[in-house]
Ligand binder design. Sequence first.
Ligand code: ZN
Length: 586
Amino acid sequence: MAGFSFLRRSLIAPSADGMVAPLRFDSALAVPIDSPDELASMTPGFVHPLSTQFNVQALAARLCPVLLSDQSVAIFALAEHVGSDQADELARQIVKLGYVLANPPRYVLAAPLLLAIARNQVTAQSLSGHAGQRLAQSTTALADAFNDMVEWGVRNSASDLHLNLRLNEPESEVKYTLSGRYLSPERFRRMPTSMLVDMLSVAWMDISGGNGALFDPTIEQQGSMTRLVDGQEIMLRWASLAADHGPSVCLRLLRREVDASLPSLDQLGYLPDQVALIERVMLSEGGAIVFAGTVGSGKSTTLASLIAGVAPSRKVITIEDPVEYLIPEAIQNTVARSLDAAAHQNYAAKLRALKRSAMSDVLLGEVRDAETGLAFMDLAGSGVSVYTTVHAPSARLIPERLASGFIGVPRDFLATPGILKLLVFQALLPVLCRHCALPAQRLAEAGGQAGPVARSVQQWRSWLHLIQDLYACPVEAFRIRNPMGCSACQRPHLPELNGYAGRTVVAETIEPALQPEFLHSLWRGGCASEHMAIRSAMECAVFKASRGQIDPRDIEQRFHSFETERCLRDLQGVKKQSTPMLRAAS
Ligand SMILES: [Zn+2]
């Protein structure tokens, strides 16, 4: 960070005499170094990199200051960066800090070799060693660069790593999903495209169950691999999209957690009455508990936590793609659900064996197509307890999703009493740092942003009134995120997450047995009534906001705006004064 800021600052600042120093470098004068052999034979000789001393580690994939044997300092760079403003500024800094600029001052290297040097993997000693080892070094550097990205993601609790390559541009984008947000840490913000292509090609060699022996930027590829990070086994699920400008590779980082780290429902953010409901429903055998939510909403974690709580007197079997949590006592099965015929046969064989396994509880990873829909019917109809997930935007719409043409579970099956035991929809919202969150009233005094949109003080004032009106709760207790953060919540290089401390579940539940109207509407073939008296996940979020835990602006981003909520209520003719939960809370 500091390295970048000095570069930026001095690029626009004139020098002491008020003139901008004429340090423009003609890229044609840069000397190419094409191989470790050429590096070994250069004079004066290469000694070691100085990225740390110049605080430009973040630039290491493009530019690297190096010490030469005559104590002068040269700049090693990629061809497209050797004449850049940043290289010019680095040259100025070298002189400013009292070093002698080498002659010639700049060299052009290929990405793998530059990276290996910047990472201290090529030393003067290794260069004088025997030549055979040198060949392997660029591959090692690329594998290390890949591992570095994975490790950074794991250590910062990212759920996904995204490499969006633009083959016709010198640099491409590396992003992470952190706390549900799509962010680019400064360290990986712009990476040389050629290096990323080489790096992905090297990384793909470790893929198992993938389509294709080589990484191919022009087709969709899937597969998985495991990595050990800080003693923890991480599974990477690779999915690449052949987009117009180049491959977009998404790597999901799946931690194989042991039971000790499985959080309780309460720790996940379920409210006490929701925990009590889920536990009550779990007491009886048979029927299905179905969780809905978007990708990354934490459904798998909740399911694993639930299953870990099943009494040891019950036999639990899981079918997952892949197994994400190691659940004690459960018999877990990974069944890859890829598109080829062999995968379908495996799945069918697994199910046939499952039905002869005399289990009482089954975790069926996800119901997402006709094949898994049939498995769901088979199991739920046979009297075992089934726990599963679907993609649906609310608890009310779970049966709609199951009955859709795509999955095809008949409505009359779903409407049979006892089949759908509990429907849960959950979402994850960021939790405000309790040390530095600000009163929401601040918006009505100083204005502020709502996502990309700035609102006036007057607009914020009516916004706060609207929330108060809709939910009958005093807004004095509402708090908002402090974008400056504090020592408790700041994360290096991730200012976007300042003011937050983890995430919490907000959920809605439907127990069909207690909502006869719900089952009736399923019988009739219609959609479950929108007037049903359930507390929505959005209301659950507002409740948490009334406790100062969630920024109400994040609720609008996740669900819909409070203005939309007002329109929806007008449309439905529902004049809710307040929800049972909010009444109980106030
Ligand atoms: Zn804080």
